[in-house]
Write a protein that binds this ligand. Structure first.
Ligand code: PEP
Ligand code: MG
Length: 572
C-alpha cells in the first residue's frame, strides 16, 4: 500500500530507490528445548560459516577503501569466530542441555564478555567488545534477521534511520546512497547540513519512518517539499521523475552563473562563500562558484577516528584548503565539539543539556593543549593562502580576549623559532549566542569580523532545540526577534569599519536572502549547493528596495507576517 510521510526538507532534490534500513535489528529470542541436538549444532555451524564469509568480504572492502587499521577490526572478529575456546562450549551446551543454539550462544558469549570486561586490561576489554559484536552477527544469521552493513551496499538505496550522527553521514557511500530519511532531527542538525554538502536529498524528522518502512520498499525522498512516499503508485513515480528532470534543468540554468559576480540589480556586490567540513568539499565549492570559504568546520577532522589528529595532520588539511582556494578568503573555525558533534575518545561525561554545556571554545580554553595544537597547525599553514581564524560559541568578551591571547602566544613562539607565519590573519568570532549579539557594539571594537551563526542563535534565542522536530515550529529564522539581533550585529560591525558575514543555514535561505541583503550583510556563507541559487536570486533583487523591506520586517509582529511580506515583495 502506498503512503506519504511528512517531515522536514533537509536537503534539496528528489531521489527514488529501495529502502535500506540502518537500524538496530531485533535479536530477541526464546529459550527452547530441542529434539535433535546434532541438527541444532549443524545449524549453529552454518551460521558461523555464513558470518565468516560475510566478515571476510567486509574486511577486504575495508582494507581497500578505509585502510589496514579498519580491516584489522574485522580480522579480530574473524579470529573470534575460529576460536575453539568459545565455539566448543557452545556446541557442548546445545548437546548436554538440549537447548537452542541462540540460547547456548548468548549464554556462553555473555559469560566470556563479563569475564573479560572485569579484567583491568585494555586488551581483554577490547576482546569483550569483539565477542559482543560477533555474537550479534551470528545471532542475526540464526534468527534470519539482517544486520545493516552500509559499507557493503552495492545497489542504489535510500537509507532509513532513526537518526544519523555526523560520522554515520560522512561514511555514506555517495555512489549508492541516493537519499536518506530519519525519524528525528531538524534542518540544522549536522547530518542535514552534511547531506546538503554531499548533494544527497534528505527528509528528516518524519517521526515514524523506521516503524513504517521495510527493507526493499520503494521510497521517494522529496527533499524539496519534505515528503517521503512509500511504495508509490507508478503514476506518482512518473510525476516525480518529471519533477526531478525539472529540478535538473533549473540547476543547469543556475550553473551559468558560476563565474559571475554576485551583484544586485542596483549594483551592490556581496560575497557568496561556502561552508565546508573537509578539504574534499573544495571541489563542490569550485563547481558552485564559491567566492571563498566562510566556514570551515574543523571538527570533522577530529571525527571518525580513535584519537586526536596530530599537528602535522591538521597542518596538511588546512594547507590543502588554503592552497585550494588560491588566495580567496578562508575562514577556519577552531574546534567546535559538543552538542550533536561528539568525540567518544575524549571520554567526556554525558550532560543534561549538551548544547548548553562543555563545548567549543569552553572546552578549548580548558583543555589548552588541544587548542594550542590546532592554532599552531593553522598558523604554520597561514602563508599558503588568505586565512581568517574564527572562534565558536563566544558568549562574552573575556572569552574572546583569552582565546586571542593564546593565539598570540603561539604565534610569537613560532615566529621566535623561525617559523614563517602570515602577519595578515584576521581574527573574528561566531555570533551565535544572544549575549554576544546584544554586546556586538563592544565586541566590534576588538574583533576583525563577525560571522553570525544562526543555527545556534535561533535555538538559543527562541529556546528551541535545533535537533528536536517537536519544537521545530519554534525554530523561526524570520521572527523579528532574530532579525533585530542580526541587524544589531551588522550595524555594530559597520560602525567600526569591520565586516559581517553569516554562516548559519539562514544565509542561503530564499526568504532570508532578500532581508539579509537589505540589512547590509557583507558575506553570505552557505552549503556550496545553495550558492548558485542565491546568486541568481540576488542578481534579480534591488538592494535599496530590500532595505525598505527589511526595515518593515523589523517592525512586524510574527515570523509568518515576515514571510508574507517577503513573498509579496519578491513576487512583484
Ligand atoms: C551556526 O551555529 O549557525 C553554525 C554555523 O555552526 P554549527 O551549525 O556548526 O553549530
Ligand atoms: Mg553553531
Amino acid at each position: 500500500m502506498s503512503s506519504i510521510l511528512k517531515g522536514i526538507a533537509a536537503s534539496n532534490g528528489i531521489a527514488i530507490a529501495k529502502a535500506y534500513r540502518l537500524v538496530e535489528p531485533d535479536l530477541s529470542f526464546d529459550k527452547k528445548t530441542i529434539d535433535h541436538a546434532e541438527t541444532e549444532v549443524t545449524r549453529f555451524q552454518e551460521a558461523i560459516s555464513t558470518s565468516k564469509s560475510e566478515l571476510e568480504a567486509i574486511r577486504d572492502k575495508a582494507r581497500e577503501e578505509l585502510g589496514e587499521d579498519k580491516a584489522q577490526i574485522f580480522e579480530a572478529h574473524l579470529l573470534v569466530l575460529s576460536d575453539p575456546e568459545l565455539l566448543t562450549p557452545i556446541e557442548d551446551k546445545v548437546k548436554s542441555e538440549n537447548v537452542n543454539a541462540e540460547f547456548a550462544l548468548k549464554e556462553t558469549a555473555d559469560m566470556f564478555v563479563s569475564m573479560f570486561e572485569s579484567m583491568d586490561n585494555e586488551y581483554m576489554k577490547e576482546r569483550a567488545s569483539d565477542i559482543r559484536d560477533v555474537t550479534k552477527r551470528v545471532l542475526s544469521h540464526l534468527l534470519g534477521v539482517q544486520i545493516a552493513n552500509p559499507s557493503m551496499v552495492t545497489e542504489e538505496v535510500i537509507v532509513i534511520a532513526e537518526d544519523l550522527t555526523p560520522s554515520d553521514t560522512a561514511q555514506l557511500n555517495r555512489e549508492f546512497v541516493k537519499g536518506f530519511t530519519t525519524d528525528i532531527g531538524g534542518r540544522t542538525s549536522h547530518s542535514a547540513i552534511m547531506a546538503r554538502s554531499m548533494e544527497i536529498p534528505a527528509v528528516v524528522g518524519t517521526k515514524s519512518i523506521t516503524s513504517t518502512v521495510e527493507n526493499g520498499d520503494v521510497i521517494i525522498v522529496d527533499g524539496l517539499n519534505g515528503e517521503v512516499h512509500i511504495n508509490p503508485t507508478p503514476e506518482v513515480i512518473e510525476e516525480y521523475k518529471k519533477e526531478h528532470a525539472r529540478y535538473e534543468d533549473q540547476k543547469a540554468e543556475w550553473a551559468k552563473l558560476v563565474n559571475e559576480p554576485t551583484v544586485s540589480k542596483d549594483g551592490k556586490q556581496v560575497e557568496l562563500a561556502a561552508n565546508i567540513g573537509t578539504p574534499k568539499d573544495l571541489e563542490g565549492v569550485k563547481n558552485n562558484g564559491g567566492e571563498g570559504v566562510g566556514l570551515y568546520r574543523t571538527e570533522f577532522l577530529y571525527m571518525g577516528r580513535d584519537e586526536l589528529p596530530t599537528e602535522e595532520e591538521q597542518y596538511e588539511a588546512y594547507k590543502a584548503v588554503l592552497e585550494g582556494m588560491e588566495g580567496k578568503p578562508v575562514v577556519v573555525r577552531t574546534l567546535d565539539i559538543g552538542g550533536d558533534k561528539e568525540l567518544p575518545y575524549l571520554n567526556l561525561p554525558k550532560e543534561m543539556n549538551p548544547f548548553l554545556g562543555y563545548r567549543a571554545i569552553r572546552l578549548c580554553l580548558d583543555e589548552q593543549e588541544i587548542f594550542r595544537t590546532q592554532l599552531r597547525a593553522l598558523l604554520k599553514a597561514s602563508p599558503f593562502g588568505n586565512l581568517k581564524i574564527m572562534f565558536p560559541m563566544i558568549s562574552n568578551l573575556q572569552e574572546f580576549r583569552e582565546a586571542k591571547a593564546v593565539l598570540e602566544e603561539e604565534k610569537k613562539a613560532l615566529q621566535e623559532s623561525g617559523t614563517s607565519v602570515s602577519d595578515n590573519i584576521e581574527v573574528g568570532i561566531m555570533v551565535e549566542i544572544p549575549s554576544t549579539a546584544v554586546m556586538a557594539d563592544t565586541f566590534a571594537k576588538e574583533v576583525d569580523f563577525f560571522s553570525i551563526g544562526t543555527n545556534d542563535l535561533i535555538q538559543y534565542t527562541m529556546a528551541a532545540d535545533r535537533m528536536n522536530e517537536r519544537v521545530s515550529y519554534l525554530y523561526q529564522p524570520y521572527n523579528p526577534a532574530i532579525l533585530r539581533l542580526v541587524k544589531m550585529v551588522i550595524d555594530a560591525a559597520h560602525k567600526e569599519g569591520k565586516w559581517a558575514g553569516m554562516c548559519g543555514e539562514m544565509a542561503g535561505d530564499e526568504i532570508a536572502v532578500p532581508l539579509l541583503l537589505g540589512l547590509g550583510l557583507d558575506e553570505f556563507s552557505m552549503s556550496a549547493t545553495s550558492i548558485l541559487k542565491a546568486r541568481s536570486q540576488i542578481r534579480q533583487l534591488n538592494q535599496k528596495e530590500m532595505e525598505e523591506l527589511a526595515n518593515q520586517a523589523l517592525m512586524l509582529d510574527t515570523n509568518d507576517a515576515v514571510i508574507e511580506a517577503v513573498n509579496k515583495a519578491i513576487s512583484k
